[in-house]
Design a protein around this ligand. Structure first.
Ligand SMILES: [Zn+2]
Length: 182
């Protein structure tokens, strides 16, 4: 919805936004070999240019530390892209089955209200963690619901039926730094 002085225009749109940014204005905030000289203000000023409500809509925020030149030649670790793609395809297939009878939702990302409650209510431990994080970091209602959708998706990637403490812990770690220390 674009709102200007004398017109509101609603565009049909459905997209996934992937964005990248330097950690601070000079770019060296998280680089151990070339320390940013104005830390932490350099990073706070820089990231502060993105409004809170916009930032709140990013579900996964991942710090990517610089790779040392000596590490560039190391063999790749972890799963291959083919393995990851297969896991994602399975998780999406689970979601299509889950929402087969839902007119409004096809994926976890679409789930709202009672549908979200039905599919993503965590176990007692997960609920307790989420309410501690919400209190400590002042999660918005939007942020709270987004954590639930991400946790449901992590559970789907793990092939788990229910949303547990571990899924909530991983989901909040993508939203707020230090979330798992609460
Ligand atoms: Zn800097």
């Amino acid at each position: 919805m674009i709102a200007r002085a004398n017109a509101h225009v609603k565009y049909p749109c459905r997209f996934m936004l992937v964005a990248a940014a330097n950690p601070c204005k000079c770019g060296y905030l998280s680089d151990p070999s070339r320390a940013c000289s104005r830390a932490p203000a350099c990073g706070e000023d820089y990231m502060g240019r993105i409004s809170g409500p916009l930032m709140d809509r990013f579900d996964l925020r991942v710090d990517v530390p610089p790779v040392a030149f000596t590490d560039l030649d190391l063999p790749a670790s972890g799963d291959t892209s083919t393995q990851v793609a297969a896991r994602v395809a399975k998780a999406r297939a689970r979601q299509h089955d889950r929402f087969a009878d839902h007119p409004d939702a096809h994926l976890n990302a679409d789930a709202e209200g009672s549908t979200l409650t039905e599919i993503a209510t965590p176990d007692a431990e997960g609920r307790a963690l989420l309410s501690r994080v919400a209190d400590r970091f002042g999660l918005s209602a939007r942020g709270y619901h987004r954590v639930l959708r991400v946790a449901r998706t992590i559970a789907d990637l793990d092939g788990d039926y229910g949303v547990s403490h571990a899924h909530i812990a991983e989901a909040v770690s993508y939203r707020v730094a230090g979330a798992n220390d609460v």
